[in-house]
Design a protein around this ligand. Sequence first.
Ligand code: ADE
Ligand code: ZN
Length: 331
Amino acid sequence: EALARALDALPKVDLHCHVEGTMRPTTMVELARKNGVTLPSDDPSELYTYSSLDEFLAVFWLVQSTLVDRDDWARLAYEAVTDSARHGVVHQECFFTPARHLAGGQDLAVIVAGLDEGLGAAEAETGTTCRLIADMDRAFGPEAGRQLVDELVDLRSARAPGTDRVIGIGMDSTELAVDSTTYAPAYDVARVAGLRLTGHQGENSGAQQIADCLDALGLERVDHGVPVLDDAVLTSRMVEERIPITVCPTSNVVIAHCFERLEDHVLPQMRAAGLLATVNTDDPALSDLDLGREYAAVAKAFGWGWDQMVELALDGIEASWLDDSEKAELR
Ligand code: ADE
Ligand code: ZN
């Protein structure tokens, strides 16, 4: 349909996208074979099945386990950007979550150099720009998070290849039985080093946890933020301070089951309240998605027309960590 085609071509930014979650299932099969990783199925179409956030995270970890050497990271990054650029993504700020790889003996410098190589090649080919956000995996605890940030800051000081592309830190994985404020030491190190600060919160925890993270961690952006409207004080604070929320509507339905249907999502109420709530993919390959289709699905679910969708795309640019002149170029 015409609107869907126009939305696919509309220049958009993706601020909540896990690079591991962009892995094509065919690539996963090839990397698993190359690296001797046993998969539950050799049929690419059967790999990405899950019925809860925990099951999803298990699939995500299996995807991660196929990434072993620098070339694997470069291939993943290259395909992430060439795939997103085909659907109108002109800028993305992509998470990578290396805790499992570092625990398994991989080198952060090699991971970042590999990602940088793939992203650089894809940027040159597509014109889409991509920066990285180093995410702490909450399944590994705050000590491992702090170590990741320390190491990243050291590598940036030493001007290690690709580390200037890492512009911020975040945290992801499970929220259940996790006190995210225990990650404050890691966020303090990152802040002092001039890194930008975001974090997953409010995917399967409440509004209070979001407020706690703003206070204790100084988050400049919140990833997911689904229950924000449950707290009127938090909502007005985020409206007044223009703290962006990187919402992933389809992911919230199919991965975390926050809502039964896209139509039930509170994104329209968030935006009506004046929140800078943007639309992003989360794990596009793992949920058979791209940002063009996500924009079309959102427009259909909420009855939004072209002008509202352009406004949504412009809010994405505002919520990005580009500088003012870079933002102006994209508008
Ligand atoms: N890592 C990748 N996708 C995620 C999600 N939806 N929630 C938490 N951690 C993730
Ligand atoms: Zn996410």
